[in-house]
Design a protein around this ligand. Structure first.
Ligand code: AMP
Length: 284
């Protein structure tokens, strides 16, 4: 069934008020659109866990540190609505700019610590933009549950922190990364790659998987980095923003996999910034 597309907050509130009065849980899946199977896995989880599901589509200007990136970001609303049909969601919330950031908007939500590293260190203001829009989306939708992908693991931890710190009353549910057959993590940004760049991009996950296996056998990051970087460069990746192992909870950098940790990477393929992260088995 085609879900109603709701563009303004007053209309959304009218719907959520009725659901809340009926005691129905509201699950929210925040996205920036250009939906793929990764997003849809979140929607499926949301349907399992919530009586009502709202998918939000908003390309949030505040989380783009690069104006060109914002301009090039794929926008496929019509297609997105079609892909959501089979899930029978209750609303697709597509707020227009002023709905989110009315004239004079002056508030910024900033989560300390977790945002100093990885993407936070390379994308000035990115996580403030994420934290601000997510807080607004949670309050606008009256969410009880919210579904986020491990694909953006740092974002997931930042959102968990802010939901707890601000008593937003939202349970944040993390969902596993969905990948293409060659291992590349699904991402709206993959649409920006040429066929050749797209097939070369699979090297990122391939190299990371091999590193994770060696780390599980007791290797240190220092042992593995030189060869990993050489292989990524040979595959066509240019700048590697980071390739690091960090603990799951506090994102503290570690050399050996002696605590639950993940391997995190961000690198550019043909001018497109790709990120990935995978679980590292505890070192034997
Ligand atoms: P985005 O539209 O990129 O902002 O992503 C919206 C949500 O979908 C975020 O919670 C992402 O972590 C999640 N997501 C994006 N790609 C994937 C993927 N390949 N697998 C699982 N979740 C994903």
């Amino acid at each position: 069934m085609t879900a109603p597309i709701v563009r303004n907050l007053a209309d959304l509130r009218e719907m959520t008020r009725v659901w809340q009065r009926a005691g129905e849980t509201i699950g929210v899946v925040p996205t920036m659109g250009a939906l793929h199977d990764g997003h849809l896995s979140l929607v499926a989880r949301a349907k399992e866990m919530s009586a009502r599901v709202i998918v939000t589509i908003f390309v949030n200007p505040k989380q783009f540190n690069n104006p060109e990136d914002l301009e090039n970001y794929p926008r496929t609303e019509h297609e997105d609505a079609r892909k959501l049909e089979r899930f029978d969601v209750d609303a697709i919330y597509v707020p227009d700019g002023p709905q989110m950031y009315p004239d004079g908007f002056a508030t910024n939500i900033s989560v300390a610590g977790l945002t100093d590293v990885l993407c936070g260190a390379h994308r000035a203001g990115h996580f403030d933009g994420v934290a601000t829009v997510v807080t607004k989306l949670f309050t606008q939708t009256s969410a009880d549950l919210a579904f986020f992908g491990e694909k953006d693991f740092q974002q997931l931890q930042v959102v968990r922190r802010l939901a707890r710190d601000l008593d937003l009353g939202v349970e944040v549910v993390g969902c596993p990364t969905i990948r293409e057959i060659d291992g590349l993590a699904m991402s709206s940004r993959n649409l920006l790659l040429s066929d050749q760049a797209r097939s070369r991009a699979a090297a990122l996950n391939e190299v990371m998987e091999e590193m994770a296996e060696a780390l599980g056998q007791g290797a240190t990051i220092g042992d593995l980095l030189p060869e990993a970087k050489t292989r990524l460069t040979a595959a066509g990746f240019s700048d590697i923003d980071y390739l690091e192992m960090r603990t799951n909870d506090t994102l503290t950098q570690v050399e050996k996999a002696t605590k639950p940790a993940r391997l995190f990477a961000a690198a550019y393929m043909a001018g497109v910034r790709l990120i990935d992260n995978i679980d590292v088995p505890l070192a034997r």
